[in-house]
Write a protein that binds this ligand. Structure first.
Ligand code: MN
Length: 303
């Protein structure tokens, strides 16, 4: 599905207030999630500035040789938020104790609401395991407001073909709307609070001006290439956080760039997290651990 941007709700004139840059952060050293996901954590839930997001793990790009044993991360729980997995290269298969499951490949997105709690496994698909190849993905954790932390688990597979692609003016590149609204085009992800998630490709030497609401969090993960955003240079494997104040993002690509743009309404609630559980208080975390240990988040059936 391709849409040409003519109406310009999110493409704004440069006299709209720019969101100023708070910081540009390089990818830290990596660690493994299970044996399938070599990740660099760009931010975690100790940072209140990124609300409504809790964590961004950038996985790869990394070459995996062909194998007959699927790699990934086995059964583990979550409660209190959503995990969003965007695959750029390779294939991931998921199944959970609430009956959700599916396989996603390049361009596809999995939006899983852990809510009151579930256990799941996240593995390379059998086909990707067998063929080997380059793996690249992002996993984002999206927080749920206190009143929705115990909402029933839910699972959305969002295939690439479901994601509208906007051609940016002046052959600047493309913007795929996974969540939120860009240039009047709404993305397919069903979110509980306002969240924007845009997969953007910009051509070297070209630029665009996009808009996220005043008062909303705004950030860009640069997976490839380099950009100047609102005056700051941001290079490959770097993350830029912008101020909530203002609306406009003026982005110019110095090299062909692959970006993930994040935006959302901050929750302004206490965050108390421990490992795979993110709640509002210590007592709720203890309850989550007890409920998991008592089997209340379910178990995966044997394959
Ligand atoms: Mn998980």
């Amino acid at each position: 599905m391709t849409t040409t941007a003519t109406a310009t709700k999110n493409t704004v004139s440069t006299d709209t207030a720019l969101k100023s840059v708070i910081h540009v952060r390089s990818a830290p050293g990596g660690h493994w999630v299970g044996d399938g996901f070599p990740v660099r954590t760009m931010f975690g839930y100790d940072d209140p500035q990124v609300s409504p997001f809790l964590l961004l793990d950038y996985a790869g790009p990394r070459h995996f040789p062909a194998s007959d044993t699927p790699r990934g991360v086995g059964e583990h729980p979550h409660r209190g938020f959503e995990t969003v997995t965007i695959v750029y290269s390779g294939e991931v298969e998921h199944r959970d104790s609430a009956g959700g499951g599916g396989k996603i490949g390049p361009g596809d997105v999995q939006w899983m609401t852990a809510g009151s709690g579930l256990v799941h496994e996240e593995m390379h698909s059998p086909a990707f395991t067998e063929s080997g190849g380059t793996f690249e993905a992002v996993q984002l954790w999206v927080n749920l407001p206190a009143r929705l932390k115990m909402t029933p688990p839910k699972y959305q597979t969002i295939l690439s073909s479901d994601i509208p692609e906007i051609a940016l003016e002046g052959d600047a590149g493309t913007l795929r709307v996974i969540a939120g609204t860009a240039t009047n085009v709404k993305g397919p992800a069903d979110t509980f609070t306002p969240v924007a998630l845009w997969d953007v490709r910009l051509n070297a030497g070209k630029g665009t001006v996009l808009s996220l609401p005043d008062g909303h969090m705004a950030a860009i993960m640069v997976m490839a290439g380099s950009i100047v955003v609102n005056g700051s240079l941001v290079r490959e494997a770097e993350f830029v956080l912008l101020d909530k104040k203002g609306e406009a993002l003026r982005i110019d690509a110095q090299k062909d760039a692959k970006l993930l743009i994040l935006g959302g309404e901050p929750l302004n609630e206490p965050v108390f997290g421990y490992g795979p559980f993110v709640m509002n208080t210590r007592e709720e975390i203890i309850q989550a651990a007890n409920d998991f240990n008592a089997g209340k988040m379910g178990r995966l059936s044997p394959k």
